[in-house]
Design a protein around this ligand. Structure first.
Ligand code: CDP
Length: 222
């Protein structure tokens, strides 16, 4: 069973999806982490050619691995996580993730991870629209650009003063624009997704709102 959580940049999808998975005893997979890992590989190999990126990724052992209840990308035999959140990666990831060949490769990894013996909470941009259009529950998680910018600054340990919030909000809006206008798998709400606007919600409130939606969509309580 797949629970799809899509939404714009820094809407809290990954941390929310991880917490929802914990409550449900499910696995969590952040699909953006795979795009970020391919971006890291593209930067290191100084190439923007999708075939060359995939070859370099294969050489460096990019694949998903279980890390507790998280399915996370491996790079060079260890978790990629600490190497994929830099501004350099964030600045290029929309360009890399717009390449159809790379999207097909990522989608293959995501579909292989959805084994029948697992409940999987997956977050991204196109999970409910393209990757798993028959997902059991679809959520579109959003918040105002300012709320998202404030959270991202706090997450990074930066002061969320007015000027910093304005700069970060503009960056997020630009990444959303790039993700929304690309021809392949653009960021958009699936018509059957429930919108959860977290602008005025606490983290715990957004987690329980989604857990409730998942449980209501299930034939049996979990
Ligand atoms: O965490 P944040 O909201 O910054 O973004 P992310 O989930 O780490 O995703 C990084 C980038 O990967 C996005 O800006 C998209 O360009 C791309 N992405 C995508 O195209 N499709 C997905 N399913 C997930 C991410």
């Amino acid at each position: 069973m797949v629970i799809a959580i899509d939404g714009p940049a820094a809407s809290g999808k990954s941390s929310t999806a991880a917490a929802v998975a914990r409550v449900l005893g499910a696995y969590h997979l952040d699909s953006g982490a795979l795009y970020r890992t391919l971006t890291r590989v593209a930067l290191d190999a100084h190439t923007r050619d999708p075939e060359a990126i995939l070859q370099a990724a294969a050489r460096r052992g990019v694949a998903l691995a279980e890390h507790g209840a998280e399915l996370m990308p491996l790079l060079d035999g260890g978790l990629a996580e600490s190497r994929i959140r830099s501004p350099e990666v964030t600045g290029l990831v929309s360009e890399v993730s717009a390449m159809p060949t790379l999207r097909e490769w990522v989608n293959m990894q995501l579909r292989a991870a959805a084994r029948p013996d697992r409940t999987l909470v997956l977050d991204g941009r196109d999970i409910g629209t393209v990757v798993f259009p028959a997902a059991a529950t679809k959520i579109f998680l959003t918040a105002s650009p300012e709320a998202r910018a404030r959270r991202r600054l706090v997450q990074r340990g930066d002061a969320p003063d007015e000027a910093a919030v304005a700069v970060e909000a503009a960056r997020l809006v630009e990444r959303d624009r790039a993700d929304s206008v690309r021809p392949v798998a653009p960021l958009k709400r699936a018509p059957d997704a429930t919108v959860v606007d977290t602008t005025d919600m606490s983290f715990d409130q957004q987690v329980s709102a989604i857990v409730d939606l998942v449980r209501r969509g299930l034939p049996e309580p979990c």
